[in-house]
Write a new protein. Structure first.
Length: 166
């Protein structure tokens, strides 16, 4: 596998018995699907060991916003998304294999912004309050099972027209 930033080979390393792939040229790291979750808690030894190991390779990158190809699936461009609702770290995720690429320093930033279970629950409650889901009840006067010569699709369109018109 090649580093998506420098095209140098990635080095497989086992940390706490879990294999990750590091770039000794860019300081980035590739995690197979579902592996990153083993390294997000800064209080766990393997998380701190990996972050410390990566710090020795950190190098200035060019355009970090540039889209990169997956090291495991070289024909697939990785998606950019925020790691958490805090919107602090943008990660690169492969839509094919689910692997995650973190650029230099991003693991440290994840650790700096790690939320405890209580903080996560408080954030969840706040987000629910801010983004209340809504539900639209179907008017009870409509019955799709009634036999009136119209198809169910025609009945649904009639219901939609009535609801929009109200």
């Amino acid at each position: 596998m090649q580093c998506p930033r420098t095209s140098h080979p990635l080095k497989p390393v086992k940390v706490g018995g879990i294999k990750v792939y590091i770039s000794e040229h860019s300081g980035g790291v590739f995690f197979d699907n579902q592996v990153l979750s083993n390294f997000t808690n800064p209080s766990e030894l393997r998380s701190e060991v990996l972050a410390k190991h990566l710090r020795q390779f950190s190098a200035p990158l060019g355009d970090e916003s540039a889209r990169v190809k997956c090291p495991k699936c070289p024909d697939i461009v990785m998606m950019r998304r925020y790691f958490s609702p805090l919107r602090v770290v943008e990660i690169d995720e492969c839509p094919g294999c689910g692997g995650i690429w973190l650029d230099t320093g991003e693991l440290d930033t994840l650790h700096e912004n790690h939320l405890s279970a209580k903080e996560r629950e408080m954030l969840r409650i706040k987000m629910l309050e801010e983004h209340q889901a809504f539900h639209v009840d179907s008017p009870r006067r409509y019955r799709l099972s009634e036999q009136d010569g119209r198809s169910n699709l025609e009945k649904v369109f009639a219901i939609a027209a009535d609801v929009i018109g109200d």
